[in-house]
Design a binder for this molecule. Structure first.
Ligand SMILES: N[C@@H](CCC(=O)N[C@@H](CS)C(=O)NCC(=O)O)C(=O)O
Length: 213
């Protein structure tokens, strides 16, 4: 049985949770309370020396880390319900859209960065939230420009890793109080994605330990 090490609020764990469900892979999830610093404990660092979720244990000799690496492994190991297109150009486009969130926006708002902004630069909680909203808004603008008019999915009307990233981005956007109505294509695709049970049931609000934010 695969074990997903996650946290209810983690957008990166969300991306992996959705893929496991879409691919109908059995897993159990263990939550680590990032708000209490559990990611810094030695037992957790043994799973991921970088001190971050997600980590996926049980399918490989060493736990897998980094949502994209985990998702690529899942893709190769459980090819049913493919989440990458068959053509090289399509795969490059999907990975680029995925990285808008996973490489460009999300890393700027994770707890360790927010904490550093506060300790090194004296950023208040409100300033940290504004910072996060800024980077997530930039990401939304990029998705909006890349999506086709009338699109129901990020790429070629077929579910892909890009949709997992966009859905996680939208969860963050909501949390940071961003009005997505100025991004109509993103709003349309997002609304359709969250109608899918795998996307909705994986939402942080339905996870163990969830509290209203
Ligand atoms: N780039 C990583 C992100 C990993 C990451 O930063 N995860 C966050 C939660 S979404 C975390 O565990 N942060 C711990 C911290 O910042 O202290 C991925 O896509 O998996």
């Amino acid at each position: 049985m695969l074990i997903l090490h996650g946290y209810w609020l983690s957008l990166a764990a969300y991306r992996v949770r959705v893929a496991l469900k879409l691919k109908d892979v059995a897993f159990e999830e263990r939550m680590h309370d990032l708000s209490c610093g559990h990611q810094h404990e030695s037992v957790f660092r043994a799973l991921n020396p970088a001190g971050a979720v997600p980590a996926l244990e049980g399918g490989t000799p060493e736990p897998l880390t980094q949502s994209l690496a985990i998702l690529e492994w899942l893709e190769e190991t459980y090819p049913t319900m493919p989440l990458l297109p068959p053509d090289a150009a399509g795969r490059a486009r999907v990975r680029a859209m995925f990285l808008l969130t996973a490489a460009d926006a999300h890393p700027l708002v994770v707890p360790r960065v927010q904490k550093r902004l506060a300790t090194q630069f004296g950023a208040s909680e409100a300033a940290g939230r504004e910072w996060a909203a800024h980077w997530f808004t930039e990401g939304l603008a990029a998705y909006e420009a890349l999506l086709s008019d009338g699109a129901t999915r990020c790429h070629n009307e077929t579910l892909s890793l890009a949709d997992l990233a966009l859905a996680s981005h939208l969860i963050g956007a909501e949390r940071f109080g961003i009005d997505i109505s100025t991004f109509p294509r993103v709003a349309t695709v997002g609304a359709l994605l969250f109608k899918l049970p795998e996307f909705e049931s994986s939402h942080p609000r339905h996870q163990v330990g969830a509290v209203a934010t």
